[in-house]
Every structure is written in structure tokens, then in C-alpha cells.
Ligand binder design. Structure first.
Ligand code: KOT
Length: 838
């Protein structure tokens, strides 16, 4: 309505033309204004938390300036946008990252200091928004940072869960889960968009009709839930561009069902409201396993439908020809979790936009693509045909149609090859028919990617073999990466400053290739000493934190050995703790004089177990049991400490990784698709002990195998070894390992009952993850670690070389590859306010 009147529009523009000043007074004024007018606190008496909130609001104001300019620019230039659809975004805290990306940390630190507040203390006031489980969700967050930094027009889409991943507390050695109501103190980073709201239908029935020779349907009845948008600005590093993360919250269509109420059914009128709100209430806490619950499918469809509608609405603002859609939008599916978006898109094109099947299919196929993150069979999503039919009847019809056309094609290409057709079908036949969501994604996408070279080769040769034969150019590799902004510059400011000093400028933060130059310092004594000092300071900070949260004092001069990731049998935290017990028993056997010669170690294990994952929880209990004994054993003293670090999360990682000297990435070969913390550790000068799995393989290519501790069965050997174990042909258990089993089973480390079945299976050769098989080579690698650590010059040289050769693992490189070969999008730098008038 404003735009009818050019004069008034001009007036508004000129009023908005002022930007927040960057001088100290302006910063202080904006913070204090928020204290008074947003938080309604007094200016002179507000807590650290109040100051954190006001500072966050003041930063949000700045972000909104560039956010608005960016979106305005993208709209007027009608640029192609990337949409990253993910059920998880593990953002981590935002304040430090925001300040660094917009290059204002120093200004804010000084402005706050001047009014008596310590910026670092404020950082700790922020809740860690944890709307993800692990690697997959954190990857999405790193991608957002790189997309904005590379000035790619991109939006993330997801769910605004009321409860993120549970908080883990350890009671009596057991994991307990506490709900994470992360919004209780408000969320100063988001903007609620009450005007961006879509109705989402569930259940009901379809009525088919024919129109222009095309079969279409109307989807009727059922129930409607509303999706409301919440936006979080995503600033890039060293650019005025600011992208967006849009998260959906569910609301009842009507606040109150008056019909039921008037009929006297008060309770059921409230119930339907609650059922609506329930959809976005909690993140499913499973990593690498599926949860076949109706509510999970509801979450998926709810968010996909709102997202697809929003994307279409934005397209239609500037475009009238549907054929242009693939030139204006690229939708990336983060695993199969948002797969139903493809079917929803097809449904809208056919039933609402009245396109014919051929046109609609072509548009869908040229704009969608899919990333696979795992080969674990228990994580490959399938949904029962009955459930989809009940919840989304039109979508089930369309899935059958897609399958029908596809099976016809396959039959033509491979006449009589029913085996192949069965494997490629979207439907797994059986008593309870299932839709295979991965097959659906592959079919609907023009590109499918794996997340590391080895993983991509595996999906091409195993789970997606038939599809790879059928579509030989579809499946390609995009090795994961992590953002150096959060994982070096923010997490390890001292290391960042040293790199900047050595390279004589800070451009490396936005172009990690530049750290290659550090190689020249790998043997520079003075530089090495600075390197050592920084690691020591980071270790001191971690030691203080551990004493605070776990109550155990750990020595600073010990080797800090860290394994932090979700607890899963394939990641083999069990092998780690079995080795620790072996180490403990070995030290116990030694004379006091020999103990003096042992390289002291602090072994830190952290990670959450899915609440229903019994074996993972048993492993946590064992680690805590071992810690209790070892840490209190006077014979052992400071030669060995064992810490279970509770509630591992993004902010904990930011303290743990910079302090680590050795990190463990020891999954059974072929099972970890990529891993991304391995990359973060290398960037922080930590050495890796690991198997030839996931991205470890590429890390070893980059940094050199001689600079890592690689061990264990290779992927080609795994199947044979496993078959041999299960056929009873296994070798006798290693005597050291047998001794470890005996000590566990005798109750040395506490209650035996919950770990017993796991140990018993290993002894019987039922060792799917090859722990007993790889143990000997793991011990040898650990011995090599000790020997190398004794030579500090060598160790630190390896550490420096690792950092200098880590450039490949920046998510900037990953995103450039996606842009080039999947999304076909260009950079669109926004003119900064100095360059142009608004
Ligand atoms: C699967 C089902 C539910 C929730 C999460 C998953 C999942 C997570 N599948 N793969 N991942 C991890 O993704 C990371 C990012 O690509 C990889 O680095 C890691 O190896 C996967 O395990």
C-alpha cells in the first residue's frame, strides 16, 4: 500500500537510510536502548544475562540492515537461489560468530568493557541452540556460514523445535535425558513472521477428475494445521551479504474449536489445538537410525509443505513461466528426511498449477538434488504405505504413479529382469509394504551426492548400485567440510592470531588455501614454541572446565586424547575404553620406576546416546565406571585419567577441540560416511588416530599418512573378516584383550550386568564392528602415539603440517563444488552502503 505513493515511499527509504554507527557511543547507545526499551530493565542495573540479550538485540539490528538490503537486492535482480532443506540445524551459539563475521568483535568488546561488561562472559550467557543430533545437523550449519560468506543467495529451511536435543546428565554413571527447552529465556536472534503463515493439511481423502487429458485430484477433508515462519539472519564473513534461516512452528488453524466447545466437549476442543502444536515440539534424538513414528512423518511433511509453498510464492513474485523455475531455485535435500518435499512440489504443480505430468516432472527433476549421509541399513528411511496413505493420501497416489512410470522404463531397458525391478522399485513389497525414501529421492533428483570419496564409491557400488548403473552421471562426490570461522577463528582465537601473525594478514579466514604457507614454519623453533604455548593455554582452559563440571583434576603435561561424537557401536567408543583398561592394567603391573617413563594421558570421551539405544548407554556406563576406578587409584596417579565429558554439544566442542592433542576417529572401515570433527581437530593442530574410513582417507592424502596414526582393517577386508568371525572361524581372543574382559566381568569397574551381553558376544566372535579384530593394530598405533609424543619437536611439526594442509576441508571448498556442479548458482555480492545509495 505504501508503494502507491512514490513520495511517501521515498520518505520511508530516506528514514531507513541511516545505518547503525560503529563508533563506541553508537554501540553503547544501541545496547542500552535495548536494555531500556526491549527488556524494560534499568540502564544501570542489569545482569550479565540482560546485557547478553541487549547486545544480541543490538547485533540483530545490524544484521537486519544487511538482511533487508540483501533480500531486496536478490528480489529486484531476480537471482537464482539455493534452498537447503534440513530437519536439523545445529547452529551453536551465535554471538561470537556474528561479531567476527561482521568484523565488530573488537568494537563491541571495548564498548562493553567501557560500561563494565566482559564480552567473553556474555558469550557464556547464550544458550546453545541445538536443533540437531550431530554431524548431519552441524554440516547444515557450516554450509549456511559458507553460503553467506561466498555470497551465494541461499536460504536454509527447517523446524523451530521447542525442544532441541536433550541435555545429558550423568547420574551414577548412567546417562539421563533432560528436556532442552532452549527458548525459556527468549531468542533474541530470531524474527517472528506472523504474516508468513501457511495452512498444512493432514489426513482426508482425494477426489480425482480429468482435465485436458490430465488426471488431477482435489485433496479434501482431514485437518489443517498452520505453519508460521521464524527467521534467523545468517551473516557471511567479511561481506555485507546476509542470508536467512527460516524455521517453521506449528499452530492450530483455529485457536479454539468452538463447535466441539458448544457441544460441551471442552477437552477435545483443547486437544486438537495441542495436537497441532505438538508437531514442532521436539527433535527426534536419533542419529544414524530411523524412527518410524507417525509424528516424525508429520514433522517432515509439515515443514516440507510450508517450505515448498514459500519457495513457490517467492518464485511467482518475479516470474510467470514455470519453465524458468529451475533457473531460479535449487532445492537440496539433506538426506531423505525432507524427501516428501519432492512429492509435495509435484502435487502442487499438477493439482494446483495445472501443469501436465511431463512438464511437472521435468521441473521437479531439474531443481531437486539429494545428499546421502549414511550406508547404515538401520538409518535408511522407509515409511509404511498404509501410514502415508492415511496421513497424505494424494502423496501416496503420486508415489505410486512415479513408480509406475519408472518401472515401465526399467522393464523396457531390462526386459524380464524382475530382480532388478524389485531392487529399484520405490515400494518394498511384503506384508507391510514400505516406501523407500532414498529411491524416491534418487529418482526425483538430477544429482545425488555422497559426503566423502570413499562413501560415494560405496553408495555407487552397494546400496545404490542399480541406480548408478541406470543413471551413471547422477551420483557424485562432495566431500564434507567445516567452517574455519567457527572452528578456528572463534574456537581458537590464540591460534587464529598466531596464524595471522605468521601469514602477515588475516585473509586466510575467508580463504583457507592460504594456510599452506604455514608449512614454512614447521621446523621454526621460535614458532613451534608459540604453537606449544597456545596448546598449553587451551589445555589449561579445558582442565579448569573439567574440574568444574566433572570434579576431576587433570594434569596439564599429559597427552590429551579425545573422542567426542554420538555414541554408536560403529564408532567404537568401546574399543577405545577397552584399550584404556589395557593401559591401566599395564601401568598397574609396572614398578614405580617404570611408571615414571609412561607418557601420561588424559582420555576424554564425550557424546550422547539415543535414549532407546541400550548398548550405547551401556558403553557410557562402562566409561564412567573405568573413570571412577582409574582416577582414584593412587598407584596410577597422574599417568592416566579417564573423563566422560557430559552433555557434549557445539559449545563444548569449541573448548575441547582446541585443547586436544590426539583425537580418535576409529569407526569400522566403511561405516562412517565422512565424519567432520576429524577436520576440525586437524585444523586445530590435533593429530589423528584413525581407521581408513570416511574423510580420514582424504585427510591422510592431504596431510600424509606419516603424520597420522592409521590402523585397522581396510574396507575391502571388512566383509571377509566379519563372515569369518560369524562362522566361528575366528582366532582366539588376544590375550591382552581377554585380560581386559576378565577384569570387566569380575566387576572391577562396577556393575557387570548391563555390559555383560556385549562383552560376551565379543568373546563368542559375534563382533559385527570388528573390535576384537582391530584391537592388536590399534594397540600398535597407540604405542606409536606414545613414542612420537616423547619427541615434542616431531609431534609439533606433524601438528603444524596438519593445519597447513587442511585447506581442502573448509566448507567453502565444499560449497563451491555444490554451486558449480549441482546448483549452478553464482555469487551475488550486495553493494555495501558506502558504494551506493539505497
Ligand atoms: C541419519 C538418520 C537420522 C539422523 C541422522 C542421520 C545421519 C547422520 N546420517 N548420517 N549422518 C552423519 O552425517 C555427517 C555429515 O555428512 C557425516 O559426517 C557422518 O559420517 C554421518 O554419520
Amino acid at each position: 500500500f505504501i508503494y502507491h505513493n512514490e513520495d511517501k515511499a521515498q520518505k520511508i527509504w530516506s528514514l531507513m537510510q541511516t545505518y547503525q554507527g560503529i563508533d563506541q557511543k553508537s554501540i553503547q547507545r544501541s545496547i542500552v536502548n535495548h536494555v531500556e526499551y526491549t527488556l524494560a530493565m534499568t540502564r544501570f542495573n542489569f545482569s550479565d544475562f540482560g546485557c547478553y540479550q541487549a547486545t544480541a538485540f543490538s547485533l540483530r539490528d545490524r544484521l537486519l540492515e544487511s538482511w533487508n538490503d540483501t533480500n531486496q537486492y536478490f528480489t529486484t535482480h531476480n537471482v537464482k537461489r539455493v534452498y537447503y532443506l534440513s530437519l536439523e540445524f545445529l547452529l551453536g551459539r551465535l554471538m561470537q560468530n556474528t561479531l567476527n563475521n561482521i568484523n565488530m568483535e573488537k568494537n563491541y568488546r571495548e564498548a562493553l568493557m567501557d560500561i563494565g561488561y566482559d564480552l567473553e562472559r556474555l558469550y557464556d550467557e547464550e544458550v546453545d541452540p541445538a536443533l540437531g543430533n550431530g554431524g548431519l545437523g552441524r554440516l547444515a550449519a557450516c554450509f549456511l556460514d559458507s553460503l553467506a560468506t561466498l555470497e551465494v543467495p541461499a536460504w536454509g529451511y527447517g523446524i523451530r523445535y521447542d525442544y532441541g536435543i536433550f541435555k545429558q546428565v550423568i547420574r551414577d554413571g548412567y546417562q539421563c535425558e533432560i528436556p532442552d527447552f532452549w527458548l525459556s529465556g527468549g531468542n533474541p536472534w530470531e524474527i517472528e513472521r506472523p504474516e508468513v503463515i501457511y495452512p498444512i493439511r493432514f489426513y482426508g481423502y482425494t477426489e480425482k477428475y480429468e482435465e485436458d487429458g490430465v488426471e488431477r485430484a482435489q485433496w479434501k477433508g482431514g485437518e489443517i494445521v498452520m505453519a508460521k515462519a521464524y527467521d534467523t539472519p545468517v551473516p557471511g564473513y567479511n561481506t555485507f551479504n546476509c542470508n536467512n534461516l527460516r524455521l517453521w512452528k506449528s499452530l492450530p488453524a483455529r485457536e479454539f474449536d468452538f463447535q466441539s466447545f458448544n457441544k460441551g466437549d471442552y477437552l477435545s476442543s483443547v486437544e486438537s489445538k495441542q495436537r497441532a502444536e505438538y508437531i514442532t515440539s521436539v527433535l527426534y534424538p536419533n542419529d544414524n537410525s530411523e524412527e518410524g513414528k507417525e509424528l516424525r512423518l508429520k514433522q517432515q511433511y509439515f515443514f516440507c509443505s510450508a517450505t515448498v509453498r514459500d519457495v513457490i510464492r517467492r518464485f511467482k513474485k518475479n516470474n510467470s513461466d514455470w519453465k524458468d523455475f529451475p533457473n531460479k531455485a535449487a532445492l537440496q535435500l539433506n538426506d531423505t528426511h525432507p524427501a516428501i518435499a519432492a512429492v509435495e512440489f509435484l502435487r502442487i504443480l499438477i493439482d494446483e498449477e495445472k501443469l501436465d505430468w511431463g512438464e511437472a516432472w521435468k521441473i521437479l527433476h531439474s531443481s531437486f538434488s539429494y545428499t546421502n549421509h549414511t550406508v547404515l541399513p538401520e538409518a535408511l528411511e522407509t515409511w509404511s504405505v498404509g501410514l502415508i496413505n492415511h496421513l497424505l493420501p494424494r502423496h501416496m497416489e503420486l508415489i505410486y504413479l512415479i513408480n509406475h512410470f519408472f518401472m515401465d522404463e526399467v522393464a523396457k531397458k531390462y526386459p524380464g529382469d524382475y530382480q532388478r525391478m524389485q531392487e529399484m522399485s520405490l515400494i518394498a513389497e511384503g506384508d507391510d509394504k514400505k516406501v523407500r525414501m532414498a529411491n524416491l529421492c534418487i529418482l526425483c533428483s538430477h544429482k545425488v551426492n555422497g559426503v566423502a570419496e570413499l562413501h560415494t564409491k560405496l553408495i555407487q557400488e552397494t546400496i545404490f548400485k542399480r541406480f548408478h548403473e541406470y543413471f551413471p552421471n547422477k551420483i557424485e562426490n562432495k566431500t564434507n567440510g567445516v567452517t574455519p570461522r567457527r572452528w578456528i577463528h572463534c574456537a581458537n582465537p590464540k591460534l587464529s592470531a598466531l596464524i595471522t601473525e605468521a601469514l602477515d594478514d588475516s585473509e586466510w579466514i575467508g580463504e583457507l588455501e592460504r594456510v599452506e604457507y604455514l608449512e614454512n614454519f614447521a621446523e621454526d623453533e621460535e614458532f613451534i614454541q608459540k604453537w606449544i604455548d597456545i596448546k598449553k593455554q587451551n589445555k589449561e582452559k579445558l582442565a579448569a572446565k573439567i574440574e568444574e563440571v566433572v570434579g576431576v583434576k587433570i594434569p596439564i603435561n599429559a597427552l590429551y586424547d579425545v573422542q567426542i561424537k554420538r555414541i554408536h557401536e560403529y564408532k567404537r567408543q568401546l574399543m577405545n575404553i577397552l584399550y584404556v583398561i589395557h593401559r591401566y592394567l599395564t601401568i598397574k603391573d609396572m614398578s614405580p620406576a617404570d611408571r615414571e617413563k609412561v607418557v601420561p594421558r588424559v582420555v576424554i570421551i564425550g557424546g550422547k546416546a539415543a535414549p532407546g539405544y541400550h548398548n550405547a548407554k551401556a558403553i557410557i556406563k562402562l566409561v564412567n565406571g573405568v573413570g571412577d576406578i582409574v582416577n582414584n587409584d593412587k598407584d596410577i596417579g597422574d599417568t592416566l585419567k579417564v573423563i566422560f565429558y557430559p552433555n557434549y554439544c557445539v559449545s563444548a566442542a569449541q573448548t575441547l577441540i582446541p585443547a586436544s592433542e590426539l583425537s580418535q576417529h576409529i569407526s569400522t572401515a566403511g561405516m562412517e560416511a565422512s565424519g567432520t570433527s576429524n577436520m576440525k581437530f586437524v585444523m586445530n593442530g590435533c593429530l589423528i588416530i584413525g581407521t581408513m574410513d570416511g574423510a580420514n582417507v582424504e585427510i591422510s592424502e592431504e596431510v600424509g599418512e606419516e603424520n597420522m596414526f592409521i590402523f585397522g582393517a581396510r574396507v575391502e577386508e571388512v566383509n571377509d573378516l566379519r563372515n569369518r568371525l560369524f562362522s566361528g572361524e575366528h582366532k582366539p581372543i588376544d590375550r591382552r584383550l581377554q585380560r581386559v574382559f576378565d577384569s570387566i566381568l569380575s566387576g572391577t569397574f562396577g556393575d557387570v550386568s548391563i555390559i555383560y551381553p556385549i562383552i560376551h558376544n565379543l568373546m563368542e566372535g559375534k563382533d559385527y564392528y570388528l573390535v576384537t579384530e582391530d584391537f592388536d593394530s590399534y594397540v600398535k598405533a597407540q604405542n606409536k602415539v606414545d613414542d612420537t609424543y616423547r619427541d615434542q619437536k616431531k609431534w609439533n611439526m606433524m601438528s603444524i603440517l596438519g593445519v597447513s594442509r587442511s585447506a581442502k576441508f573448509s566448507s567453502d571448498r565444499t560449497i563451491e563444488e555444490y554451486c558449480e556442479s549441482i546448483w549452478k548458482v553464482d555469487r551475488v555480492p550486495i553493494p555495501t552502503p558506502n558504494d551506493t545509495e539505497r
